[in-house]
Design a binder for this molecule. Structure first.
Ligand code: COA
Length: 196
């Protein structure tokens, strides 16, 4: 593995507030209806129990059925551990009333010897979906990826999650070189977008 990839990922993972440090928040901060959205940033290990339960409840509401029908299945404990992993970082979207309405979790990782920003979960509350919030968060992640020296942003999406596939494609993502082929029989795609 090129030493630089490991070094870059380690360095980026140690940053406490990278979006603030690099001032790379998305320039868009209003929904399609004109409501101002703000963002909080936290390491997973610094989320308090109430915040974490909100994170998990939204994951469950949006994704449980999709996981139940997937080849991976739905394993609550392993998902909880994943979301709370020490390398997991959160961007949390807050509406004008101060209510949390969505989150993106990401990690800096070395994937096939390349330093990448992995969009691990992107979950928007049902009443705020399709209002541009996910797009703002993904844009922030792309800008952060560039500042942190990562080569690309990656995401894994179930093949039957059409809204999410549509969302990532609209934002310029396409099949990653490591994406399983159509005849693999696997039920997910690995998408990516190169960092400029
Ligand atoms: C997918 C998700 C993260 C997108 O975030 P969002 O804030 O709703 O997305 P935005 O409003 O920024 O962008 C919406 C775009 O998504 C795409 N999209 C949404 N629904 C779609 C559908 N049924 N088919 C195709 N594309 C769709 C469109 O390109 C749409 O753009 P448009 O407004 O020009 O039509 C969000 O809807 C969500 O949380 N969904 C449930 C959980 C989930 O699937 N998470 C992703 C796991 S990988």
């Amino acid at each position: 593995m090129p030493i630089d990839a490991k070094k870059l990922v380690k360095k980026a993972s140690q940053l406490m507030k990278p979006v603030e440090k690099f001032q790379c928040e998305s320039p868009r901060n209003t929904t399609t209806e004109g409501e101002t959205i703000t963002f909080d940033y936290a390491w997973a290990t610094h989320l308090n129990d109430d915040d974490f339960e909100w994170v998990f409840a939204l994951f469950k509401k949006n994704m449980m059925e999709m996981y139940q029908k997937s080849q991976w299945g739905y394993d609550e404990n392993s998902k909880r551990n994943e979301l709370r992993a020490t390398t997991s970082r959160f961007i949390i979207a807050v509406n004008s009333k101060g209510e949390k309405i969505g989150y993106l979790t990401y990690r800096f990782v070395v994937d096939h010897n390349i330093p990448v920003t992995y969009c691990w979960e992107l979950q928007i509350s049902p009443s705020y979906q399709n209002k541009g919030v996910g797009g703002m968060m993904l844009n922030t992640l792309e800008r952060l990826s560039e500042k942190a020296g990562m080569s690309k942003v990656m995401a894994t999406v179930f093949l039957y999650n059409s809204p999410s596939l549509g969302f990532f494609h609209k934002n310029g993502f396409s099949e990653d070189v490591t994406c399983p082929s159509e005849d693999s029989g696997l039920d997910y795609a690995i998408l990516s977008k190169a960092t400029p």
